[in-house]
Design a protein around this ligand. Structure first.
Ligand SMILES: NC(=O)c1ccc[n+]([C@@H]2O[C@H](COP(=O)([O-])OP(=O)(O)OC[C@H]3O[C@@H](n4cnc5c(N)ncnc54)[C@H](OP(=O)(O)O)[C@@H]3O)[C@@H](O)[C@H]2O)c1
Length: 243
């Protein structure tokens, strides 16, 4: 029987790459997305050609915490699936200037990036298989306060703290929990960055370029598969320096 993974935000960028790798390695994968249904259906069809019947598409907008948790739980119940891995990858930001931040948007980012995973794990706990692996997408911006978004930097730092704090609560079921903290990855997320800013970033990277989703996926696979990795935040930033 194939192992089961949930990958949130799996129809583009990092999540899509991780989902595709899992499918190619024989996993069943529940791929979630929020609003771009046309793209999600196309990705699902492509995944189905790679691994027929193994990818399950589910719309679950994590900024609506309760609805998305219920959607995922209902889906697992209906299909009688027990996750061996959950990749908490989807994340939100709010790029408002500090003086313009409003509590509603602040809470939206916290709900999606921090509260959603906590309460999804709580809800699914009886269903998550013993020995499972949870992997979060953190961020370099959660380690060094360079984010243009206050809510983003603070929530990604919270994600890293969550990973470390969750270890003891998940140990009774031998569930491991880790995070990847990417630096700059070539995805749609980065497309709005002006060329001059990208060039400036490239100059600060020892690698001289952004990371590809595929090379970042290698790090997720290490954390999914390696039975000794637990409570770790693995930075993958191409040698970023802060000059
Ligand atoms: N790219 C980077 O340089 C970078 C660096 C550090 C950390 N990260 C983190 O990596 C993660 C993925 O980023 P990415 O660059 O791969 O982004 P991306 O290419 O924009 O892909 C985002 C994916 O997440 C889904 N998504 C967006 N909002 C969602 C929501 N509210 N609920 C559920 N799914 C949602 C999207 O679905 P729709 O198309 O339907 O919206 C899409 O499948 C995020 O947590 C981000 O903070 C990225």
């Amino acid at each position: 029987m194939s192992k089961v993974a949930i990958v949130t935000g799996a129809t583009k960028g990092i999540g899509k790459s991780v989902a595709e790798r899992l499918l190619r390695e024989g996993w069943q994968v529940i791929i979630t997305y929020s609003t771009d249904t046309q793209n999600a259906v196309a990705v699902h069809e492509a995944f189905d050609r790679i691994a027929p019947g193994k990818a399950h598409l589910l719309q679950a907008d994590i900024s609506d915490m309760n609805t998305s948790i219920t959607a995922i739980d209902d889906f697992l119940n209906a299909q009688n699936l027990f996750p061996d891995a959950i990749i908490f990858n989807a994340g939100l930001t709010d790029r408002s200037d500090f003086l313009d931040i409003d509590p509603e948007n602040w809470n939206r980012v916290f709900n999606a990036n921090v509260n959603f995973p906590v309460f999804l794990i709580q809800k699914l706990y009886p269903r998550i298989r013993e020995g499972a692996s949870l992997v979060f997408t953190g961020s370099l911006m959660g380690i060094h306060p360079h984010s243009v978004s206050l809510a983003y930097g603070v929530t990604k730092a919270s994600v890293h703290a969550l990973v470390k704090n969750m270890v003891k609560f998940l140990t009774p079921k031998k569930i491991r929990v880790n995070a990847v903290a990417p630096g700059f990855v070539d995805t749609e997320w980065q497309k709005t960055k002006p060329a001059a800013i990208r060039e400036n970033i490239n100059r600060k990277l020892a690698s001289g370029r952004f990371c590809s989703p595929e090379e970042l996926t290698d790090v997720y696979m290490l954390l999914i598969n390696n039975q000794y990795m637990n409570g770790q935040i693995v930075v993958c930033d191409g040698g970023y320096s802060y000059q």
